[in-house]
Design a protein around this ligand. Structure first.
Ligand code: GLU
Length: 490
C-alpha cells in the first residue's frame, strides 16, 4: 500500500451499536492492522436530536471487549483531534464559507414549511422530490435583504445539474450517478450544525483518512461526497462500501433474526473470539470454505479483494455453533473465569462466591456441552445447590418400585461410605457400583439412572462417576441420603 493506511470507524452515538456497526469497525481495524496503519474512532455527534446518553461509552466498551483497539480517538486522543464532531464546528463553518466563496454553496432562506410544501406538490405531481434550488440564484440585493431581516437559513451545496458523478469503489467497482437526480443538499443546518455529508468529508480529509470503508447504506451518499471533495479541492480517499447484512430470510436484519446489540451478545454468553470470527465472515472470506480462524489468521489475510459484493447472511445458528467451538478450545482456567460473572448474576447470595477450585474441576465436565457462557448457571446449578428441588418420584426408574429404589440408594450409600476420601475417584467408584448393581440385579440404566437423578435432580448430566468424583464424597452421600429419605417419606 503506497499511502500510509489511516481508516476510521465513525459511529453516531444514537444507541447501542448493532452487529452491522461493529462489523464495519472490525473491518476497518483489520485493514489497519494488516497494513501497519492507523485505526481511528471518530464520534459523529452532530445530529443533536438523536444523541443518546451513554451511547459513546457503550460503543467504546464494546470495542474494548472485543479486543478492537484504536490508535486515535476518544480515551486515547491523537494528533488530529478533537475526535468528537460536536467539538469541530468551526472547521465545518470554515469549509462552508469556502464553498460559498467559490460559488459551490449558498445560503438558503426557504422556510421548512416551503420545503415541505414543495415536496408534497412534487409527490402529487409524481415528480422527483428534492429542493428546487430556489435560493441558488437569489440576487445580491435579495440576499442582503434576507440577511438584514435576520432570516434563519441553511447552507446548501450547489450540486452540478447535469453530467455524472463517478466513483471507483474498492468493493463495488465502478459506480456512477446522474447529477440531476441529486438536489442541492444541506451542508449547514439552521441550528448551525453541519450535516453528515459536510462533516464526514471535512473530517476524513482533515484526519488524512486513506480509505473510507463503511456500510453499503452510505453508497448513495458517496455521490455527494465525491462532489464535495471536488469542490473543496481535497484529494479523494479510496472508498469501499461493505456488503449489507441480511437475515436468513433475506429481509433487513433485525431482532427477529436474533441480531441484537453487541453488549447483548456479551450478556447472552458469546465470547469475543467467536464474535470476531463470525463477523469476519459477514462479507469477507479466507478461501470461501474455512470457518474457524483465529483473529491473527483473519488479520494476516484480510484484503478488500476478498470482501464480496453480495449481501452477507446473518445466521444465528452458525454463531451459536461457533461459540461452542470457541468455548471448547478455551483453557479451563480461562473458561472458569468467564463463567464466574454469569454465576454471580444468576445465583442467590448464599451460593456465592463460588469455590474456584471446585469450579475448575466442574468445568471440564461441562465444557463440551456449553454453547454459550449463559448456559452455565443452569447447567451447573446442581453442583452448587445445598438442597436439590425435584420430584422425589423421578428417581424411580422404569421397572423399579419405591422400595427397590430406596434399597438401591441405601446400598450405594453403604458402598460409598466405606470409600476413603483419597480413593473417591471415578474408576474406583465405577467398578464398585457396577458390582453392587449386578448384585442387586439391576441394569446399569436402572441403578445408575437412579443414582444420577438422586445426585443431580436431572436425567441429562455429565458422566456419572466423574461427576461423583468432582462433587466429593460428602456431597454425594448427602444427596443420596436425602433422595432415599424423600422417597421413603412418600
Ligand atoms: N456516522 C455514520 C454512521 O453512523 C458513519 C458513516 C460513514 O462511515 O461515513 O454510520
Amino acid at each position: 500500500m503506497s499511502t500510509p493506511v489511516r481508516v476510521r470507524y465513525a459511529p453516531s452515538p444514537t444507541g447501542n451499536p448493532h452487529i452491522g456497526n461493529i462489523r464495519t469497525a472490525m473491518f476497518n481495524w483489520l485493514f489497519a492492522r494488516r497494513h501497519g496503519g492507523q485505526f481511528i474512532v471518530r464520534v459523529e455527534d452532530t445530529d443533536q436530536a438523536r444523541i443518546e446518553e451513554g451511547a459513546v461509552e457503550h460503543i467504546l466498551n464494546g470495542l474494548e471487549w472485543l479486543g478492537i483497539d484504536w490508535d486515535e480517538g476518544p480515551r486515547v486522543g491523537g494528533p488530529y483531534g478533537p475526535y468528537f464532531q460536536s467539538e469541530r464546528l468551526e472547521t465545518y463553518d470554515a469549509a462552508a464559507e469556502r464553498l460559498i466563496a467559490s460559488g459551490n454553496a449558498y445560503r438558503c432562506y426557504c422556510t421548512p414549511e416551503r420545503v415541505a410544501e414543495l415536496r408534497k406538490e412534487q409527490a402529487r405531481n409524481k415528480q422527483r422530490q428534492g429542493y428546487d434550488s430556489h435560493c441558488r440564484d437569489l440576487s445580491d440585493s435579495e440576499r442582503e435583504a434576507n440577511e438584514a431581516a435576520g432570516l434563519p437559513h441553511v447552507v446548501r451545496f450547489a450540486m452540478p445539474q447535469s453530467g455524472m458523478t463517478t466513483l471507483e469503489d474498492a468493493i463495488r467497482g465502478h459506480v456512477e450517478w446522474q447529477n440531476e437526480l441529486t438536489d442541492d443538499f444541506v451542508l449547514i443546518k439552521s441550528d448551525g450544525f453541519p450535516t453528515y455529508h459536510l462533516a464526514v468529508t471535512v473530517d476524513d480529509y482533515a484526519m488524512q483518512i486513506s480509505h473510507v470503508l463503511r456500510a453499503e447504506e452510505w453508497l448513495p451518499s458517496a455521490a455527494r461526497h465525491v462532489q464535495l471533495y471536488r469542490a473543496l479541492d481535497f484529494p479523494m480517499p479510496q472508498f469501499g462500501h461493505l456488503p449489507m447484512i441480511l437475515g436468513s430470510d433475506r429481509a433487513k436484519l433485525s431482532k427477529r433474526h436474533g441480531a441484537t446489540s453487541l453488549m447483548e451478545y456479551r450478556d447472552d454468553g458469546f465470547v469475543p473470539d467467536a464474535l470476531i470470527n463470525f463477523m469476519a465472515l459477514l462479507g469477507w472470506s479466507l478461501d470461501g470454505e474455512t470457518e474457524i480462524m483465529t483473529v491473527d489468521t483473519i488479520r494476516d489475510n484480510f484484503a478488500l479483494e476478498r470482501v464480496g459484493k453480495p449481501a452477507a447472511i446473518f445466521d444465528l445458528d452458525k454463531l451459536q455453533w461457533m461459540n461452542g467451538v470457541y468455548i471448547r478450545q478455551m483453557g479451563i482456567g480461562d473458561l472458569a473465569d468467564q463463567i464466574v460473572p454469569f454465576l454471580e448474576t444468576n445465583y442467590p447470595e448464599d451460593l456465592l462466591p463460588v469455590d474456584r477450585e471446585y469450579l475448575l474441576r466442574i468445568v471440564p465436565l461441562v465444557q463440551e456441552r456449553l454453547k454459550t457462557l449463559a448456559d452455565a448457571p443452569d447447567m451447573l446449578s446442581y453442583f452448587f445447590e445445598d438442597e436439590l428441588q425435584f420430584d422425589a418420584e423421578s428417581v424411580i426408574q422404569r421397572g423399579m418400585d419405591t422400595s427397590g429404589t430406596v434399597g438401591a440408594l441405601r446400598r450405594a450409600i453403604s458402598e460409598l461410605s466405606a470409600v476413603g476420601e483419597p480413593d473417591f475417584e471415578h474408576q474406583h467408584l465405577e467398578s464398585l457400583l457396577r458390582s453392587a448393581g449386578t448384585e442387586l440385579e439391576l441394569s446399569g440404566r436402572q441403578f445408575f439412572g437412579a443414582l444420577r437423578t438422586a445426585i443431580t435432580g436431572r436425567t441429562a448430566t455429565p458422566p456419572l462417576f466423574e461427576m461423583m468424583e468432582v462433587m466429593g464424597k460428602e456431597r454425594v452421600l448427602k444427596r443420596l441420603a436425602a433422595a432415599a429419605e424423600n422417597l421413603s417419606a412418600d
